[in-house]
Write a protein that binds this ligand. Structure first.
Ligand code: HXC
Length: 257
């Protein structure tokens, strides 16, 4: 398949998407959105892929939505063009997605990372929602997902001032699960992704769906959903295999059935 702005490969049951617009610090124009969404959906449809990694370059995960592409638009253009609607499809893939962030993850770049399930950061990573400096606000989830990730007060400070934060601060705030040396980022992301991809896919889909519900529902409703999803896994071959393997003190051999 022909992608213009990303590099794509599958290795060890992991689908890799590398955003590749070095001339614009990986700014997310509409072609990047089309490419990333198409690649993620194609990995999602592939049973041979159990986890997806999205990454950028050493300098930038993504420095935001493409300012030059947006600059001349009217509000009507924004509504009718649905310029960012595709990202909702990216956020909806069932396969776990790991963001491996080095350099800038600003504006839409930070928002793209927050659409993923796990954020790993190089010690060079910088996160922020600087849209306020452009006379606008975050538009791909920044005011919503950042509040859920780091709490209202920290999110409000970042969104209202446009201040950027480094990897260590992002880890302390709970946005990032782990900070690693920049040189190790891809290898660490591969380890995490391959670990997830070694599990039984039905249970991985179920875990992601149940985790997603935690951000959307009341506790009572979320607990109900979790209990039903948990129960449904007892019809899988892999549940019998996983529990038999435990009893027989051997590693499980999952077949994604
Ligand atoms: C378009 C961008 C860009 C962006 C960088 N570039 N960010 N182009 N959109 N978001 C381009 C620059 O114009 C420049 O191209 C080249 O990439 C290198 O960037 P420099 O600015 O020269 O690099 P540097 O001096 O190292 O500064 C890095 C930076 C700065 C601090 C990250 O580029 C910056 O502030 N970028 C914008 C960050 C931002 O505001 N992001 C939020 C966007 S709004 P040329 O051709 O000039 O050399 C957003 C809204 C999301 O994301 C909501 C959507 C619904």
């Amino acid at each position: 398949t022909d992608y213009e702005t990303i590099l794509v490969e599958t290795r060890a049951r992991v689908g890799w998407i590398t955003i590749n617009r070095p001339e614009a610090l990986n700014a997310l124009n509409s072609q990047v959105m089309r490419d990333v969404v198409a690649a993620a959906e194609s990995f999602d449809a592939d049973e041979g892929v159990g986890a997806i990694v999205v990454t950028g370059s050493e300098r930038a995960f993504a420095a935001g939505a493409d300012i030059k592409e947006m600059e001349g638009k009217s509000s009507l253009d924004m509504v009718m063009g649905d310029h960012f609607g595709g990202w909702a499809r990216f956020a909806a893939v069932r396969t776990p997605v790991i963001a491996a962030v080095a350099g800038y993850a600003l504006g839409g770049g930070c928002e793209l990372a927050m659409m993923c399930d796990i954020i790993l950061a190089a010690d060079t990573a910088t996160f922020g929602q600087p849209e306020i400096n452009l006379g606008v606000i975050p538009g791909m989830g920044g005011t919503q997902r950042l509040v859920r990730a780091v709490g209202y007060y920290k999110a409000a400070e970042l969104v209202l001032t446009g201040r950027l934060m480094g990897a260590e601060e992002a880890e302390r705030a709970g946005l990032v699960s782990r900070v690693v040396p920049a040189a190790d980022l891809r290898a660490e992301a591969a380890t995490v992704a391959e670990t997830i991809a070694s599990k039984s896919l039905p249970s991985v889909y179920a875990a992601k769906a149940s985790l997603d519900a935690a951000l959307e529902t009341s506790l009572a409703e979320g607990l109900r959903l979790e209990r039903h999803v948990f129960a449904s896994l007892f019809d899988t071959v892999d549940q019998k295999e996983g529990m038999a393997a435990f009893r027989e003190k051997r590693p499980p051999e999952f077949t994604n059935r």
